[in-house]
Every structure is written in C-alpha cells, then in structure tokens.
Design a protein around this ligand. Structure first.
Ligand code: C5P
Length: 223
C-alpha cells in the first residue's frame, strides 16, 4: 500500500505540533516533528559553542556528531546526539533564537530533507514544519497551512515556556515569533510558504478538536 502523508506547515506557534499529534493518533499514523530536527542542529551549535551562522562550521558539526531520532511513547519525536537524549533541551530559548539561522544552510536542509523523505516513503505520516507541502512531500495526500494571529501564537508560546519553567515577557515572545517567521519566510531555500494546493486553516479562535476534525475530514475525503 502506498503510504498516506499529511503535510502541516505554518508559522511558529500556530498549533501545528499539537494538531499533528492528535491527527496522527486519530488516524493511527506516525507523527514527525521536523522542527525538532532543525532544533537538534541548533542545540549542537549552542552546546559546542559553534557559530551557527557559518555553514562550514555547522556542516563539520554534523559530520562529527551523530543525530538520531526515535518515536516517543506520546508519539513525539525523541532526539539523541551521540546516543544521549536531548529532547528536553530543544525548546530552550537559546536554541529557539538560533534555529532559524541554522535552518538557512543548504547542507543542513538537504540532510534533514533526505531523512524526512526516506521516513515518509516507509511509513504513513503526519509531518509538520515549514516546507513539507512545498518541498519535502510535494505529493502529500493532504496539505494544510495552519495559521493564527501573531498575538495568539505568542500567547501559546508563553504558556509553553511557563510549563517548562521559563517566564518570558509577552512582548519579547511576540517580537521573537515575528522575527523567526520573517527569517523563515525570507530565506532563499525552502522558505515558509503556503503550497498552492494546501487548505488554509486559521486556528486563532478555533478549539484544537475542531481543527483536528477538519483535517481528519480532509483525509477521509481524499480517499
Ligand atoms: O516548528 P518549530 O517551531 O519547532 O521549528 C523551529 C524552526 O526550524 C523554524 O522556525 C524553522 O526555522 C526551522 N524549520 C524549517 N523547516 C522545517 C521545520 C522547521 O526550516 N520543515
């Protein structure tokens, strides 16, 4: 059977991972959080004190360390560097601040895109990110572009940080969310962009369950 693939793209904090996890559970598919993969590379830069702006330095880092991924019990992606789990560090503010910079490098994108395509060729997946419907899986069964108003996205991020024990000022989060979206949308390679055949869903005032139902319906209609 040809694997089913659901691509969910959109800006930071639109609720992609929460929605994608629930859709995966409802449809019994694997969930792949591609943002966690880019975050793993940024984490490595922070840990080793490497300048994430310099592509050659980041490539060297990828050549000398082994990053591996594993499906967690809650269907989230567990990330390991040289066999040590680093999942809990991927949302650290320093990692969030650097990730969009390392994600501009072709060497980083090509390695992660290969891994993502290979995984989707072997499993039915819900994959979320920025370039899934446009670059990674252009033939995805269903493509969704999930958005929400910037203030709502910042509010969700602030809650997430709070749960992790960080107290970050709301205005700083709004600024960093907008800055990250700008960087992701303006980069030359695989920018954040809505695929022409994507269904746009605005989650600002919608309960999560409603968004999940809408996507499940799209998948059922696609068969
Ligand atoms: O989804 P998340 O906020 O964890 O993604 C972190 C960052 O990783 C994004 O802001 C973007 O710079 C990068 N990313 C990407 N392509 C993807 C997924 C994430 O460039 N498919």
């Amino acid at each position: 059977m040809v694997p089913v693939s659901i691509a969910i793209d959109g800006p930071a904090g639109a609720g992609k991972s929460t929605v994608a996890k629930l859709v995966a559970k409802r449809l019994n598919l694997m969930y792949v959080d591609t943002g966690a993969m880019y975050r793993a590379v940024a984490y490595l830069c922070v840990k080793d004190g490497v300048d994430g702006r310099v592509e050659r330095a980041v490539r060297e880092l990828l050549d000398t360390h082994k990053i591996t991924f594993e499906q967690g019990a809650d269907n989230g992606l567990r990330v390991f560097v040289d066999g040590v789990e680093v999942t809990a560090r991927l949302r650290d503010p320093e990692v969030s601040a650097l990730v969009s910079t390392v994600a501009t490098h072709p060497a980083v994108r090509s390695q992660l895109t290969d891994w993502q395509r290979d995984f989707a060729a072997r499993h039915s997946v819900v994959m979320d990110g920025r370039d899934i419907g446009t670059v990674v899986l252009p033939n995805a069964t269903v493509k969704v572009f999930l958005t929400a108003a910037p203030e709502e996205r910042a509010r969700r991020r602030q809650q997430e940080y709070h749960q992790m024990g960080y107290e970050v000022a709301f205005d700083d989060i709004v600024r960093s969310v907008i800055e990250r979206d700008k960087k992701d949308s303006e980069r030359a390679l695989a920018p954040l962009r809505e695929a022409e055949d994507a269904v746009r869903i605005d989650s600002t005032d919608k309960p999560i369950e409603y968004v999940v139902d809408e996507i499940v319906q799209l998948v059922e209609n696609a068969h």
